[in-house]
Design a protein. Structure first.
Length: 317
């Protein structure tokens, strides 16, 4: 199983930012409203994610580190309408196979917290009592310490940290209702307090973006679109969310280009949220889960296009 874990780790765990993504998504799945991310050396030395979610029961703690242990899917039907972010049950197993991982957790029913530790090849986790409020903390030390080839692929601390910041921006945009703190080498570098969507977008993307952008806000049948778009030379801000998940898809870009009637080199910056019936999209296309397939892509495209055209028109009046 250890080999299987390390192979799976190759898919899920590419760099510190991907570890953080998996852990933060777990925290969100657990209903957390406060998530603290604490790093040392771009996450290569230490990643610590602390949340105030539902926690994990003592009897399930060791199991949470086992492969294909997921509390999130009970029947095959669930796969059609995935709501929680994680669903493969392999993130924790994979991460612990390539690091020294400590998981500390307390549920509301328990009067004390418990802690499991797993290190690389040694997969029999030990369990002991610990001090922790309701919620969980996952600490990942020395990522890739036992897979030197992978470790060599890590870039500089600065580059790894940039990937992490990018992830934090993305997730912060998708969950304005959750507070995030990002601390690096003992310094608080980002603090996003829970707020309204518009405020969060402004905090993450900046005031200039918000002032230039036109606002999308439209609904038709099961489709809801919300967001801000602007045309700009700098297209670094490009965030497209489908049912809360950031995705890479040409659909929005295409609709934007059409709506802006684009002169060749013009680009757009955007933060756009699309809600659609989960049964109308497949999200299980790639392990990194950045891709979706719309069952009725044409229809979705035209809806998005219409929403942008309307926003541009009302902006001109
Ligand atoms: P998955 O998220 O795909 O179910 P993971 O390996 O990421 O698989 O996590 C395994 C299980 O551990 C989860 O299904 C969940 O029950 C539990 N778990 C992990 N992280 C947390 C957390 N921060 N809070 C509560 N439960 C958690
Ligand atoms: Mg998960």
């Amino acid at each position: 199983p250890q080999l299987a874990n390390q192979i799976a780790a190759g898919e899920v765990v590419e760099r510190p930012a991907s570890v953080i993504k998996e852990l933060v998504e777990n925290s969100l799945d657990a209903g957390s409203t406060q998530i603290d991310i604490d790093l040392e050396q771009g996450g290569c030395k230490l990643i610590r994610i602390r949340d105030n979610g539902c926690g994990i029961n003592k009897d399930e703690l060791a199991l949470a580190l086992a492969r294909h242990a997921t509390s999130k899917i009970s029947t095959l039907d669930d796969l059609d309408a995935i709501i929680s972010l994680g669903f493969r049950g392999e993130a924790l197993a994979s991460i612990s196979s390539v690091s020294r991982l400590t998981l500390t957790s307390r549920t509301a029913e328990q009067s004390e917290a418990w802690q499991v530790y797993a290190e690389g090849r040694d997969m029999k986790p030990t369990i002991k009592p610990a001090a922790h409020p309701i919620g969980s903390t996952v600490e990942v030390l020395d990522l890739f310490y036992n897979t030197p080839a992978r470790r060599r692929f890590l870039k500089t601390e600065k580059t790894e940290f940039m990937h992490i910041e990018e992830f934090v921006r993305r997730i912060a945009l998708s969950r304005p209702d959750v507070s995030f703190n990002l601390q690096h080498n003992g310094k608080l570098v980002k603090q996003y307090r829970a707020s309204e969507l518009e405020k969060r977008v402004e905090l993450v993307c900046g005031r200039v973006f918000m002032q230039k952008a036109v606002k999308l806000d439209w609904q038709h049948d099961d489709l809801v679109i919300q967001g801000w778009v602007t045309s700009s030379e700098n297209s670094e801000l490009q965030y497209f969310y489908v049912n809360g998940r950031v995705i890479k898809d040409k659909l929005l870009n295409h609709a934007l280009r059409q709506a802006y009637n684009s002169r060749t080199h013009e680009q757009q910056s955007y933060v756009v949220f699309l809600q659609i019936d989960p049964k109308q999209v497949d999200v299980n296309v790639h392990p990194a889960k950045h891709e979706v397939r719309f069952h009725e892509a044409r229809l979705v495209h035209d809806f998005v296009y219409q929403a942008i055209v309307m926003a541009l028109e009302s902006n001109q009046q």
